[in-house]
Write a protein that binds this ligand. Sequence first.
Ligand code: PHE
Ligand code: ZN
Length: 877
Amino acid sequence: MRTETEHTIYLKDYAPSPYRIVSVDLDFRIGEEATRVRAQLTVEPRPETAPGTPLVLDGEELSLSSIAIDGAPLMLSAYAAGPQGLTIVEPPLRRFVLETEVSLQPEGNTKLMGLYRSNGVWCTQCEPEGFRRITYYLDRPDALATFKVTMTAPLALAPVLLANGNLVAKGDAGDGRHFAVWEDPFPKPAYLFALVAGDLGSITDSFTTASGRKVDLAIYCEHGKEDQCDWAMDSLKRSMAWDERRFGREYDLDMFNIVAVSDFNFGAMENKGLNIFNDRLVFAKPETATDANYAGIERVIAHEYFHNWTGNRITCRDWFQLCLKEGLTVYRDQEFSSDERSRAVQRIHDVQNLRSAQFPEDGGPLAHAPRPDQYREINNFYTTTVYEKGAEIVRMLATLLGEADFRKGMDLYFERHDGEATTIEAFLTVFADATGVDLEQFKTWYLQAGTPQVTVKDAYDAASQTYTLTISQKTEPTPGQPTKSPLVIPIKFGLIGPNGSPMGWNAVTGGSVRDDMIVLDQESVTLTFSGVANKPVPSLFRGFSAPVQVHSDLTQEDNLFLARHDSDPFNRWEALQDVSTALMVDAARGKAWGNAAIEALRSALAETLANDSLDDAFKAQALTIPDESLIARAIGSDVDPERVHAVRSELIRAVFAPIASTLEAAYHGLTSTVPYAPDTAQSGRRSLRNRLLSLLVQSSDGGAALAAKQYGEATNMTDRLAALAVIGAQWTPEAPALLADFRTRFAGDPLVFDKWLTVSASAHDDGVIERMRAILADPSFPRNNPNRLRSLVGTFVMGNPVQFTRADGAGFRFVTEFVTDVDTRNPQVAARVLTGFRIWPLLEPKRREAARSALTALQAAGSLSRNSADILTRMLA
Ligand code: PHE
Ligand code: ZN
């Protein structure tokens, strides 16, 4: 393997640069052949910088055509330009202007980092280390400077010229070219730089901030798609209002622009005043976007907007601190969605996502701390651990401190660190300072990898009317972290009496209990509650108050009791999940379930469906049987995904077949003829109806016909795709014809093509790999577009365990061949697909061996990118 993988960056080596860049003046001459970038950097040594200290700038794939300091060209001996950057051997020990000119080839940039072209539009992506592909620079997040950007481009190809900040001048540049000048008054790191030049349509609007400033808003997109941007604009305005209400944060520039592009490695990017979005997170209309798409757009528009304060005004000192901006901003977008929609449903949704994506990462070969202390390739740390576990940590902080004190801490954070590049420590210190709470031990959450396992035992003594709860925590070793220390775990809880009502107690001894919260901060604690009149059923971790895995000795009866009586909707949902998980784990281990157990689950679910006091979206979640990856986790080792799949299908049939007519009646009762709106009530209703449809297809003979009928009659994409997805996954006889219809019906819409690819990759039948090979081999397949590639192969690795982990190894080989091919053009996409292998150590021996041999063959072939080589090395360690 290439030696690049040996280059490791350590947090302990952090040191500020000996030089500061005060301001940047960039001049882009955009042309079809090449783009020329002239940069004038005003540089200053730090007071402590010793004479003769070289200035080392990052730079990649640049070709330097001129270089000068204060207007005087440099002699060859005064600098060295190499593949990693530019060194000025002995810069002046005073403020000076370094001027360089380089040229770039955006057209051939398939990595989609730096300046590239998507659908003819010039655009940039700089986080984390893309700016060095634009000009020589201190490409690190603690280098803050003000930017002035001048750009000229052919008017016919690029009538729209955008950059960060405010537009200060524009005009004709002669020769069929025009220019624009943008200035961003807020000092920022280079990763927040952005530029867009192209022929784009737009919609505009405005927002008046709490202090009465009018901000011009615009969303730019491909011509003809303007009518699909309204929901994104609406989401933006609601986000701006919410951040003022909830966190007192106002927008700070005169304009806020969003651009939708078709080729983008991630979801979206928070560049100051110029957010760039993957177009799948902007475009929506009822015929082609689902309710889930609408919710995703709302969430990501909010997320990127919220970064303006948590990320841009206050940024990260180094990339080890990524969680500082991402965990906090995900927490903020989750709170926004909870306030805009239903809090309980949002929480369940976020926890499902955490469990199916983050827990597997944290329990496998790629486990890492939310704040890692070393990396080889920073792009590989934009993970669900940094984002979603990071958000859980902030949520626990809010839970431990209480809402008012949490807000006090946030206010102090904005006041103290505005304009800085800072650290996780500084973030925690503001909360300690604002509230007097010691957060030293709490910090361990950021430093330690792995999902804590919490074990609960309880006992009731009727004679003394005492109830005891023994709660212990343990975190298993993870790569590079053999020993773990105890974490501070907030446990929101209640005790429920035999009649289903909350129970009180007189006193508690043995541990820390504040109102409805136990704080576990040792390895183990035994709490004794006195004055407890009857044996209670405990409801623990209400609202999923900590990202842990709980092992309790609650019986199936206890869980069914909680499902009926718990006042906490999350735990009601959770109790039902636990009941079906336990049944499936038993069955996978060869222990058949009894009729009584199935009947009890069936009646609890039927009762939930019939309960008028619950909303539809909640019912849909309650009627969801845990997915295969959760069952596999619960089994823990030697997993056979085919068996897991079979057991899950059997449970669905056993529970639902006898009540198929009830489900069908409920399904028809939820039919609606009102015009489509993406609102909470309507989308909840659709989600329940489509959940019932899915259960019917899986448990009754008439289900597939019903789905085919829904597919044909649907008036919106949510209903059409739900029907197609369940038929496609089951690969019923209707599947090929419906897929063919779907493809032609929406021919020409790339985002609907993605849906077709997703359904195609999800089929459980043995033909799926051959069909995917044919799709990829089609010369018209857009082989460099990340959305297309991920919809097909990303879905396959993450969402089709039966076929991906086939015992004959065909699924593994399909993926490693794909990685080998794509890695040469877009290493980020390749590396991300490769992470799907993280489940391999959990598999039964035959599949484990097949995975290992596919991975070692990939390693033996050599010459992978640093991105993929890093993942592969950790995967096989
Ligand atoms: N910072 C972006 C976000 O989470 C994610 C991103 C990272 C986008 C790297 C592009 C490149 O909002
Ligand atoms: Zn983010």
